[in-house]
Every structure is written in C-alpha cells, then in structure tokens.
Design a protein. Structure first.
Length: 181
C-alpha cells in the first residue's frame, strides 16, 4: 500500500505488535487521513512514557545518516524523515530499515547496499533532501523524528489509537495506488 500515511501506520502497527498487541494494518476510512499528517504522528510520539526526539537538521540526508549511525546497537526506533517513516535499527554490520511497502521484497534492509550510501538510501527511499533548503536568504532547517519502539509498551492511549488501523481482514480496502492492503 502506498497511500499517504501508510508508512507511518505500518511502522506504528509494527511497534504495537513488538509491544505485545495484535495489530493488522488494514486501514480504511478516517485512519487513512489520520496517519498521513505528520502533526498527528508527532502527537503519538509525545504520549506519556514514549522516549522520542525531534531533531533539527540542515541537510536531511547527510545529517540524518550521521545521527542514525550513532544510535545504540540493536535498539529499534521509529524514524520519520523526508516523506517516509520506518522502523530502523543500528547493528554491528550497519544501520537497517524495515521495508513494509515493497511489492516484491519486504523485511530488514541495510541502508548501505547495492553501491548506495546511507545518505543515498535516505534520498531515494525516504525522500530526504540532499541539499540545504535556502529561501529568502535564510537556511531552513528540517525536522526528523526518532522514537524508541520499546518505550510505547503499556501506553493505553497508544493501544487505543492503534484500534483505528486494526480492521477486520474481510473489510480491508485497496489503497488508491496499490493492489492490496
């Protein structure tokens, strides 16, 4: 599914499942609209007990690459940068992201692969900016969001919010630009 917000709802569904809930991402109706807005996703990350950071960067791809390479090993994070959100983790072999929207191959993928650097993957897959955003004689910073997946555990409000994407499989709807949900 490539409808707006599906990356965020998939990442949050994974987060819920990782924390003991049973979530299947068959969004429909209002949940399609809810998760497409970064402001709603930012509010989710600011729920009680969630460990999150909103970090201002000038060069989205380059600066984000530096930040994620410094994350603790094997700790999972929800990352929102550019036009995409995904679950990421740093490993002994490099930083990985969880691909959940591919029509051919989903699962953990290294940012550095097929001759691409971490920054290039952030540009190509996440839609992160390569250059500084200059307008009106000023450099405009962009914001990336990181939240620890494990810190969502036992948050009742998060559990309730995930109810909006947990639709019965017999009522699933096809995405506008996808063939399946």
């Amino acid at each position: 599914d490539r409808t707006d917000g599906s990356c965020a709802s998939l990442a949050f569904a994974y987060t819920g499942n990782k924390n003991g809930l049973d979530i299947t991402d068959f969004r429909g109706g209002q949940s399609c609209k809810f998760f497409q807005y970064k402001s709603n996703n930012k509010e989710i990350m600011q729920l009680d007990g969630v460990k999150y950071q909103f970090i201002k960067v000038k060069k989205e791809a380059y600066d984000t690459a530096k930040i994620i390479k410094e994350l603790p090993i094997d700790k999972e994070y929800y990352l929102s940068v550019g036009k995409h959100a995904a679950i990421i983790k740093n490993t002994d072999k490099g930083v990985m992201y969880l691909e959940l929207q591919s029509s051919i191959e989903n699962g953990w993928k290294y940012f550095i692969s097929d001759g691409r650097t971490t920054s290039e993957t952030l540009i190509e897959r996440f839609g992160a900016r390569k250059t500084v955003n200059r307008q009106f004689g000023k450099v405009w910073e962009r914001e990336i969001a990181l939240a620890e997946v494990d810190s969502f555990k036992d948050n009742e409000e998060f559990r309730d919010l995930l109810g909006y994407i947990n639709t019965a499989s017999d009522k699933q709807k096809k995405g506008a630009s996808g063939y399946a949900k």
